[in-house]
Design a protein around this ligand. Structure first.
Ligand code: SAH
Length: 220
């Protein structure tokens, strides 16, 4: 799988050199490329935003700059092989179902907005040209930019790529799987810690979404 991340602040993606994702990149299990949106600007100030048409606060990211970046990254590929993921607070919630679906895609390009977001015609254009456009939200709150949401997507999706997680068994009973269970509480040694004992009937008990302790408001 190849994942391209595009942002005006690509340094955000340095975390993807660490831990499991970093190792997988070095072992060529996944091909992750990061790009600076400003490389596709055409003015001396490397402008990526402009004032909103129709007024309103803040700035909007320019469709022409995004269009050049995305055309370059899509290149001669068949549009149907590409998923364009656009983080936005008004998008579809990033659930494990969506993650499983994305994990079998050939290529994902993640377009990270800033300011008031990306001109809406960008999603519309690529959707109209056969690209699968997935506008997704990390949750019901507003971040400063799409980069954190992009990193969350990359972590969740790459976990499911064969060869990524050292022990694939650990994925079988993972929370939010097809059975809708949440992983049981986990413990390790020492068995007795601060007068709290790990007894036999602790652990190995799944909870479900109906459990009162589970209150993420997930309606799936
Ligand atoms: N004014 C916009 C928010 C812009 S936030 C609104 O009210 O909808 C700027 C950028 O941060 C967005 O374009 C998006 O890329 C990202 N972002 C903010 N919150 C997000 C969330 N909950 N999930 C995914 N991306 C988010």
């Amino acid at each position: 799988m190849r994942i391209d991340l595009v942002s005006g602040f690509p340094e955000f993606f340095d975390v993807l050199d660490l831990s499991l994702v970093g190792k997988a990149r070095r072992r060529d299990v996944v091909d992750i490329r990061t790009h600076n949106l400003r490389d596709w600007t055409s003015d001396v100030h490397r402008t990526v935003d402009d004032t909103p048409i129709g007024g309103g606060a803040g700035m909007v990211m320019k469709p022409d700059v995004w269009g050049r970046a995305l055309d370059d990254l899509i290149g001669p590929s068949t549009p149907e092989t590409i998923t364009l993921a656009i983080p936005t607070p008004s998008g579809r919630p990033l659930t494990q179902r969506l993650v499983e679906d994305l994990a079998i895609r050939e290529r994902i390009i993640i377009a990270c907005g800033r300011y008031e977001g990306i001109d809406a015609r960008v999603a519309e254009y690529y959707r109209g040209h056969g690209v699968r456009v997935e506008e997704f939200s990390l949750g019901d709150y507003v971040l400063n930019g799409g980069e954190v949401a992009a990193v969350a997507l990359v972590e969740a999706v790459t976990r499911l790529i064969p060869g990524m997680v050292g022990n694939p068994e650990s994925l079988v009973e993972e929370s939010h799987g097809a059975a809708g269970l949440l992983e049981y509480r986990v413990y390790t040694r020492p068995v007795s810690w601060r007068e709290l004992e790990v007894t036999e009937n602790l652990g190995q008990q799944h909870t479900t979404h109906d459990d009162p302790e589970y209150s993420h408001g997930n309606t799936e």
